[in-house]
Design a protein around this ligand. Sequence first.
Ligand code: PLP
Length: 325
Amino acid sequence: MLEEKLQANGPSPRQEIVDGYCLFQGELRQLAEANVSIATHALNYGTGCFEGIRAYWNVSQDQLYILKAKEHYQRFLRSCRILKIACPYSVEELVDWTVKILTKNEYRENVYIRPLAFKASTVVKVTLSGLRDEVAIYSVPMGDYVKTEGLSAVVSNWQRVSDNILPSRAKVTGGYINAALASDAAATDGYDEAIMLASDGQVSEASSSNLFIVRDAVLVTTPITADILEGITRKTILQVAAELGIPYEVRPIDRTELYVAEEMFLAGTGAQISSITSVDRRMVGDGLTGPLTRRLQELYFRAVRGMEDAYEDWLTPVYRKESKA
Ligand SMILES: Cc1ncc(COP(=O)(O)O)c(C=O)c1O
C-alpha cells in the first residue's frame, strides 16, 4: 500500500510555480502570461477566495483522477457568494475547465489545483461592491503537503478567526494570515502543525486542515459551527465511518481531550489523512499511528487513486480512454 502511494507521489509544495497552462480572463493561457497589477484590490485587501483540489495519478491505470471536484467547486461558489464575487461559471463548467487544464498540461503525476476568484479592480476603496471580479484556475505537480505519519502538534496561542470577524467557512485569501501566523509559530518552535482554539476556548481545527480524535474507540470531530472551514475530507471521512459502522460523534472538543485522546489525525485535501502522535510534547495514545487512523488512511489512499470501486463516484477521470468494445 505504502509502496503504491510513494510510487505516484510528487514534488514538495515549496517549489515555485512558473509554467503550465491555466485559466485566466476566460481562456487557457500560459501561467507566465497570467499576471495582475500591483494595484489589484485582492492583492491589497485580501478580497479573494480559493480552493485547493487534488488530482491523483494512478500508474497502472494510466489515469489522473480529480478528487471531489464537484464538492470543491460547490464550496468555491459559496465562498464567492459570501464575498460578493460573481463567478461566471457553473460548477460543471469549472470542472470542465479543470479537466481541460490538466489535459493540456499532460500530467502523469499527482497534482494540486488552485481555483481563485478575486476582486480585480485597481481602486483604493475598501468594499466588496461595485468592483470587477476575476476567476482563474492554475495547477502544479504536488506530493504530500505534510508527512502523513507521526506529526507533532502544538495548541497555538493564535486563536482561530471567528465567523463574525472573518468568515471561517469561506476559503478567503486574506483569512490565511491567521493560519500562516499559527503554522509559522509552530514550525519556529519545532512542531509540525498548529491546533487552533476558537474564541470560546474549545478546539476548532488545525492551521489548514480539520481535526479528528478518537476517544473510547469513537471518532470525534468538531461541528461546522466551531469556526472551522467546512472540510470536504472531513465530510468524506464521516460518510465512510457511517458506511463502515465506525462509531462517530460531531461535537465540541475540549482542549484537554487532546491530552487523553487515543488517536488523532488531520483531515484535509493538502494534509490528506495524517496521524498526530504528540500534542504539546505529550504522547497521543501510545505514540504511534492508531488502528482506526491507519484503517481510514489505507482506504482513503486507495480510494483517491481509483482503487476502490465503491468510491468511484469521488473521482473525475481526466484522460479519455478508448472503449474496449
Ligand atoms: C483552514 C482549513 N481547514 C480545513 C481544511 C480542509 O478542507 P478540505 O478537506 O476541504 O480540503 C482546509 C484545507 O482546504 C483549510 O485550509
